[in-house]
Design a protein around this ligand. Sequence first.
Ligand code: HEM
Length: 465
Amino acid sequence: MNPFSLQPDIVEEAGSDWLIPAHPQPLATAPGGLRLALMARRSLLTPWTAESFGARDFAYRLLRRQVCVFNDPASIKTVFVTQAECFERKGAMMRRALSPLLGDGLFISDGETWRQRRPLVADIAHKNQVPFYAPMMTRAVAEVLAGWRDGAEISLLPAMAELTAQIIARSIFGTRLGHEALSGIVRGFGRYQARIDSFNLPFFLGAAEGWPVGRGGALRPAIAEVHGVVEHVITEHVAGRGEHGSMLDLLMRRMQRSPELGLDMQALRNEAATIFMAGHETTAAALTWALYLLAKAPWAEARLHAELDQVLGRREPSAEDLPGLPYARAIIEETLRLYPPVPLLPRQARAATQVGEIAVEKNALVLVVPWILHRSPDLWEQPMHFRPERFLTGSAPIPYSYIPFSAGPRICAGLNFGMTEAVLGLAMVARAFRLRLIPGFRAEPVCRLSLRPRHAILARLEARA
Ligand code: HEM
């Protein structure tokens, strides 16, 4: 690779029964400050050397900011569990990127606000609620699949985003949310994400909070579109015209039972928008990468088809079928290892402290990076290979070596919802269709807020008889 290039080569190799799926070639030597900054701005997956994939911690200075990368599972436990309070604050860049849209929503809040709201949000997406939402998931997937035709070409990420947006919107707002409102909210989120910066230079220059994101008023229409839809649905619920059992309905009832929290319309809107964002993007990315992997690994596809044919035959799956679909689940787990939808977990140290060998400064940027952790040769056999079987053996990964949903008190509030949705979605798509990529197509994973393909992954649908 050209030592000045900002774009490492994309590696992808396959044999008749193995696959090393697409990833940027790790660098031979660490990039200098400016190149590092420019590479990180293009994609946060690229500026890592082969050495940084080892299960070790390291720290460096980027302009005036201390950056600590923890890649030793013992240190990750310290950051997320033992010293969680010191590291509960999200990185300034992430807060800056999301706060215009989500306000003080759970994903980016901390301190007292987070502590008060976490139980409310965690309860409504809790695993006990999942059986209630599962039939809605399968109905939404069936409706989307009914529009797919043999021989048609789809772009994977937008197709999966439509599917997961349908699911999360119906779960939060109820099934009566009109087509127009749904496309408004999806369009608004899409426009918002396209405009925000994931890399905020002033933070590294020493400003603890970075600078506000956004290019002038460009974000305003996108924010207005999302807030408009959410507020309208809340008003309907307040007027008694909401849908019983929707997440919004549960959230409102819980808020009413805790008047001491003083939560208002804005808090409700922020939490609803947060669940929508957190629950839609991530699962769409997981399904996109899972389908890409299957299309590249015909041996895994055949094994999945055999499982689906045996367990389901020609009928749709339900939540009760999940224990009988271990290979479908293993494909999702392996996808979340290789392509974690949130590939980088940034924190801002509240105080100076010691983690492992590293003296962390107050306000340091602390990074736990599932992208490198999940591909560490010290923690995984054949770390770059797609091998769903590794999740079938019954031996769990080394603690804190596999964290696609993060860990500790801030672990994903929708973990069970997301896993159920992803496994059911994969099972339903793969039961009905084979997806064929353009020969020679090489995906390029990039990290903006979530891990996504830089260029559309186009696939031709082949109906399974
Ligand atoms: C495969 C799907 C999913 C993945 C990989 C995923 C991953 C994550 C990760 C890594 C975090 C923590 C981020 C951090 O620590 O910086 C997180 C937080 C969160 N997720 Fe998920 N997520 C998924 C699906 C969902 C779904 C379906 C929902 C809602 C129904 C959801 C709701 C949330 C919320 C509310 C938070 C914030 C929790 C807090 O800060 O206390 N997620 N998710």
